[in-house]
Design a protein around this ligand. Structure first.
Ligand code: PLP
Length: 406
């Protein structure tokens, strides 16, 4: 119940007039809202007020709800004494915050297949070519760390292009062996797998509420407090400042999460996100995963029989992945095919380069594929999660088969 999708029966009128249930297969961009998030927001709406400011029942209830949300998220990521939870706008915001919190002189080691949110913010980068196997990734990281003195490593938990799960634990062990911290972009991992800082071996985790069934604009940066407390505030302003003198520069900045949560926080976003974390924490994650695996196998088996459509991967077809599959289309424009799927079949997917241009360029170089818009290489991506059904997958496959025949 708590994890039921709000709007699961959304209807759409197809180009030929038939009305069908919309098959949303773009969870990786933004997942639909679950009941737990909607209920939490609904519950607070009549009572909400300012957070960390003001008195009275609304302010008190709001401050309490906000800090409880932080505690729930802390538990969700297995945070310890040394960690803190900062509410951000989204993953992009969280990683930008962290990038500006690195000790001076730190080199960030990463692979070039990252989403732009984990590719662009880092100031001094050592960008390694995307490896073709987990073993190659581990060897490349070893090599890089041998020659880089002061470093941090940042890697996605699961690729937003191929859905492939990166060997985070193993890479974190390598980083730690060199005394280096590990950052995990968990935007695509958190909606599908438990994300414990300790179990992943991560020092920092970032993820977005809107991809975790809580579409109210909050994200999370969870991780070690020391760098965050020493960094300039993410947003200078009220809340981030403890004492402000009369002259410019006479400021004592707050420590703890407040330092980076300047301005009035997004209470409803944080509460919605925490409600989903709580619902997931008590759900049967193995059953959810098994459902997803079944859909994934159905989609991948089906795709193998669609002429002109080829699934892409970095680590090869046998590598574990979350519910994301990107497809190269022989000589066809993925944007055009995505449009046909929406108009004629009521299926929502994504076409293009998914904010991971270097990786998609690499994958499309090695696949015979169409272009997306003015000669730009592109793929078609289907992604799913809670609320996705075998019928959604079948409609995608039938629609794709029909669209590629014309
Ligand atoms: N990291 C990955 C792997 C993503 O897939 C995305 C979004 O698609 C992001 C980061 C950025 O997330 P947001 O747009 O919520 O900041």
């Amino acid at each position: 119940m708590n994890l039921d999708i709000v709007g699961d029966d959304l209807k759409v009128t197809l180009s030929h007039g038939e009305v069908v249930r919309f098959a949303h297969l773009d969870y990786a961009a933004s997942a639909p809202c679950v009941r737990a998030a909607a209920d939490a927001v609904q519950d607070l709406l009549p009572r909400y007020g300012s957070v960390h400011r003001g008195t009275g029942v609304r302010a008190n209830a709001s401050t309490l709800a906000y800090e409880l949300a932080r505690d729930v998220v802390a538990e969700f990521v297995g945070a310890g004494e040394e960690h803190e939870i900062v509410f951000t706008r989204n993953t992009t915001d969280a990683l930008n915050l962290l990038a500006r919190s690195l000790p001076p002189g730190t080199t960030t080691i990463l692979f070039d297949g990252e989403h732009h949110a984990n590719l662009l913010p880092w100031p001094n980068q050592l960008r390694l070519p995307t490896p073709s196997s987990p073993q190659e990734a581990i060897a490349a990281l070893h090599q890089a760390l041998k020659t880089t003195r002061q470093a941090v490593v940042t890697i996605t938990g699961a690729s937003n292009v191929t859905g492939e799960v990166w060997p985070i634990r193993e890479l974190a062990d390598v980083a730690h062996a060199y005394g280096v911290r590990m950052i995990v972009d968990a935007a695509q991992l958190a909606p599908h797998h438990p994300v414990s800082l300790t179990e992943l071996g991560a020092d920092y985790l970032a993820f977005s509420g809107h991809k975790l069934y809580a579409p109210f604009g909050a994200g999370v940066l969870a991780g070690r407090a020391d760098w965050l407390d020493a960094a300039p505030p993410h947003l200078a302003g009220g809340g981030a400042s403890a004492v402000v003198g009369d002259r410019p520069g006479e400021i004592t900045w707050a420590t703890g999460p407040a330092r980076h949560e300047g301005g009035t926080p997004n209470l409803l976003g944080a509460v919605a996100l925490a409600a989903v974390c709580e619902a997931l924490a008590t759900a049967d994650r193995d059953a959810l995963l098994a459902h997803e695996e079944t859909l994934l196998a159905r989609l991948r088996d089906g795709l193998a029989t669609v002429p002109g459509a080829t699934e892409v991967s970095v680590f090869g077809p046998g590598h574990p992945r979350v519910g994301i599959v990107s497809i190269a289309l022989d000589g066809r424009d993925p944007a055009e095919i995505a449009g046909v799927l929406g108009r004629d079949h009521g299926v929502g997917v994504r076409a293009g380069q998914f904010c991971a241009h270097p990786l998609v360029r690499r994958l499309t170089d090695s696949a015979q594929t169409g272009t997306c818009g003015a000669g730009t290489p592109g793929l078609l991506r289907a992604s799913f999660g809670l609320g996705s059904t075998a019928d959604d997958v079948d409609r995608l496959l039938a629609g794709l088969r029909a669209a590629l025949r014309t």
